[in-house]
Design a protein around this ligand. Sequence first.
Ligand SMILES: [Zn+2]
Length: 58
Amino acid sequence: MTAVIEPQDVLRTCDKCGAAMQHLADLPDTVRFDAARVFRCRTCNTVARVSLRGNNSS
Ligand SMILES: [Zn+2]
């Protein structure tokens, strides 16, 4: 039995202050950008994009 981590379960930690980041939005896969998840730090307002690619769900 292998634990599968779904992309929506992945939480992000702020690179600057180490606080837990808030999930802002999911961006769809487009021609110019891969699907990505956007997080914002509630402490220092840093915004991070995390690609949802590379996780082939079949
Ligand atoms: Zn922060």
